[in-house]
Design a protein around this ligand. Structure first.
Ligand code: BGC
Length: 269
């Protein structure tokens, strides 16, 4: 059986752990060659471990260090990828972080750090991807589209989040970045969408699930009554990257167990 992403090349930013690692494995299982990006030397082992899993399952890929907030780093990651694999078909703009603080205590550094990785990083990577998609154009042997960008947003592109103003602002920004790029390049057959995860069990939100009391409290926010797994996001990414979603463009796809359903209103209001 032909795999959905056969002959395609995907860059996944922030893929040495968490959601990015899960997405890299899912895309590789669907046949894509995966570029597993990691931000700093300390994360190299994590990226190599993801690559080892990919290879053990019959997939292929490479690791690439790059701080997505640095223009030169991003350009080098894309040119290295094109050198090795010839082009890029799929960008999963996933790298993101939290630096939580009550607003009155939030430093400018905490604000800038989150915005530069979560939002500016997604701009820089999307711009390089768009340049490569425009250069290559549609190749029907690869995909019906000239390229696909998947932004990793969050339920917090919609749900305000006290104590996380920098993070929520970055995700709200991603929503309009995604829609604007989608509108600008749809006629070039480039598809741009977001996945908006709810609570997925990864290091970023460890304190929300690592004790029974924390998990119980978290589940009051999730109608489907389970925490998400990276694979839940990986499955959505494979679909958004494949021609199965060829008519989907400019959409925010919420993969959140119903977190956005205002669960507090189930028995109230
Ligand atoms: C955050 C997690 C949080 C989830 C649901 C995500 O975007 O990174 O820390 O658990 O949203 O609130």
């Amino acid at each position: 059986m032909e795999l959905k992403l056969q002959n395609q090349v995907a860059i996944i930013t922030g893929a040495s752990s968490g959601i990015g690692a899960g997405v890299a494995k899912s895309l590789a299982a669907a046949g894509a060659a995966v570029v597993i990006n990691y931000p700093v030397p300390a994360a190299k082992d994590g990226a190599e471990a993801v690559l080892a899993e990919v290879v053990a399952s019959g997939g292929k890929g490479m690791v690439a260090q790059c701080d997505v907030s640095k223009e030169a780093d991003v350009q080098k990651m894309f040119s290295d990828t094109v050198k090795l694999y010839g082009t890029v078909d799929i960008l999963v703009n996933n790298a993101g972080l939290q630096k939580d603080a009550p607003l009155e205590e939030m430093t400018l550094d905490e604000w800038n750090f989150v915005l530069s990785v979560n939002l500016t990083g997604q701009f820089l990577c999307a711009r390089e991807a768009i340049r490569e998609f425009l250069r290559r154009g549609v190749d029907p042997k690869r995909s019906k589209a000239a390229g696909k960008i998947i932004h990793m947003s969050s339920v917090h592109e919609v749900i305000p989040w006290a104590g996380h103003a920098n993070y929520a602002a970055s995700k709200g920004g991603i929503m309009m970045l995604m829609k604007s790029i989608a509108q600008e390049f749809a006629w070039k057959k480039i598809r741009v969408n977001s996945i908006c995860p709810g609570a997925i069990q990864t290091p970023i939100n460890r304190n929300a699930w690592d004790t029974p009391a924390a998990l119980k409290s978290l589940l009051t926010l999730i109608p489907y009554q389970r925490i998400g797994e990276p694979e839940d996001i990986g499955n959505a990414a494979v679909w958004l990257a494949s021609d199965d979603s060829d008519y989907v463009n400019g959409a925010s796809i919420f993969v959140d167990g119903g977190m956005l359903l205002y669960p507090g209103f189930t028995t109230n209001g």
